[in-house]
Ligand binder design. Structure first.
Ligand code: GLC
Length: 451
């Protein structure tokens, strides 16, 4: 979909310097990165294209918090880090089977998995030498989950992305931010140099011991977005380290700013690019590949009460709308404490997978449509073909605000012709024989002159 070259990078920096939105974060970032340019390596450019073409990934939030079944922020709920950490000794996900997860996800048509290697509670789901608070040394389970997942992903040809929290509610060397203030830490022990070194050594482990890692997905810089003085995350050195270890590894950061130098993808949380229902967006849309993350129900980590899983129709619509804007969808699942993915979510995923198996040509490796989403749906493009996705048509006449010429139009499923007329203002109207049956997405394929 989108490839960034050096001039694009410069554009990003410039836009960052003048960005008014999310002023504190952007100001922090621009101050840190004003003099920095970043030229992605050829393998990184290829990885970006592959990422964009893949369209759909599954996010997995899993840690010892799943045992409390209250979501991944449970440590914030008046617990001390010391008491919370005791849960590790009871973590034994007897039904965890990495192959089973990866197979189900692959069958759903997703092309990558983003897994929480370490969330805000500071617990590492991989065997790290940097802290005993990890899946191998602190639990009776004693198996390296990241390793098993990485091996299964590599076996099945699925990319593995790793979520990594910049903030930590347990470590005393992490300079406390606006969250995790009640976890009982001795704040006088804050030591950024120590914490930064810890993170970089962990990232080195992740990028050395687990084969190819498709992306590092950072989260948590917003923890210091209300500081009175600028907090320096030293991102540039950290990003350099990652790219020096694996040049093709994409870096994304859910900091809620416009991307800064060294980042390879732009992330949106719970909103399509350009929208802001969740209150985390408003940042400029860059020329980098785009991804938005969304929950299957309403929670990231497993929350036993939250059975509000989105319908198959809603999920398909979200996928298509994201593709219509040139963005990937990273859809989250929170595994149960026993290691299984929730059955309801798996059932829905299967149906999404069936839809993608039938219609993937109109979704994968497409670029954004020719015009913004309309009330009836949206469009995706592949070369001279424009796919019109009728998600909720209410009329048999569909007006397309096109600037290109339409050469032919057929119903995608059965290749029957669709009549169309060119209007005086240059737009095109499709005339459907009848209102389409409710198939979630009725697709019409147009061949057009170049866009
Ligand atoms: C937010 C939440 C975090 C979650 C992330 C996923 O940043 O704090 O818990 O992992 O969103 O996008």
């Amino acid at each position: 979909m989108r490839i960034t070259t050096l001039p694009d990078t410069m554009k990003i920096l410039k836009s960052l310097l003048i960005a008014g939105a999310l002023a504190t974060g952007a100001a922090n970032a621009s101050a840190q990165l004003a003099d920095i340019t970043y030229t992605p390596s050829p393998e990184n450019i290829r990885a970006r294209q592959q990422f964009s073409d893949s369209g759909f990934g599954i996010f997995i939030h899993w840690g010892i918090y799943s045992m409390f079944a209250q979501g991944e922020w449970y440590l914030q709920d008046g617990l001390t880090a010391h008491e919370y950490a005791k849960a590790a000794r009871g973590f034994y996900p007897a039904d965890f089977d990495a192959d089973k997860w990866v197979k189900a996800i692959k069958e759903a048509g997703a092309k990558y998995i983003c897994f929480t290697s370490r969330h805000h509670d500071g617990f590492s789901m991989f065997h790290t030498a940097q802290s005993p608070f990890n899946i191998v040394d602190a639990t009776p389970f004693g198996r390296d989950i990241v390793k098993e997942l990485a091996d299964a992903c590599h076996r099945h040809g699925i990319k593995l992305h790793l979520y990594y929290s910049h903030l930590d509610w347990t470590r005393e060397d992490y300079p406390i931010g606006r969250t995790g203030r009640e976890t009982g830490r001795d704040t006088s022990k804050a030591n950024w140099a120590s914490y930064y070194g810890f993170m970089n050594r962990q990232l080195t482990e992740l990028l050395t011991n687990y084969g190819e890692i498709g992306a590092i997905w950072f989260d948590g810089c917003w923890d210091h977005d209300q500081d009175s003085t600028r907090f320096n995350w030293e991102l540039e050195k950290q990003y350099d380290l990652i790219h020096s270890l694996q040049p093709a590894c994409l870096i994304g950061n859910n900091h809620h700013w416009t991307p800064v130098a060294g980042e390879d993808i732009q992330i949106f949380e719970r909103d399509l690019p350009g929208e802001n229902h969740a209150g985390f967006s408003g940042q400029e849309i860059s020329t980098l590949p785009l991804e938005t993350c969304e929950t299957f129900n309403g929670s990231w980590g497993y929350r036993i009460k939250d059975q509000g899983y989105k319908t198959t129709r809603k999920l398909i619509h979200y996928l298509v709308k994201a593709a219509g804007m040139g963005a990937n969808l990273l859809l989250n699942m929170g595994p149960q404490p026993n290691g299984e993915l929730p059955a309801v979510a798996l059932g829905r995923l299967k149906e999404v997978g069936q839809w993608l198996a039938d219609n993937g040509e109109t979704f994968y490796a497409t670029t954004a449509g020719d015009f913004p989403a309309q009330e009836w749906g949206t469009t995706t493009r592949k070369g001279d073909r424009l796919f019109v996705h009728l998600l909720t048509p209410s009329s048999t006449d569909i007006r397309l605000p096109l600037t290109c010429k339409v050469k032919s139009a057929v119903n995608y499923a059965d290749r029957t012709k669709v009549k169309f007329t060119k209007e005086a203002d240059g737009s095109v109207t499709l005339h459907l024989a009848s209102l389409p049956a409710d198939t979630h997405d009725h697709i019409i394929e147009l061949v057009t002159s170049s866009k």
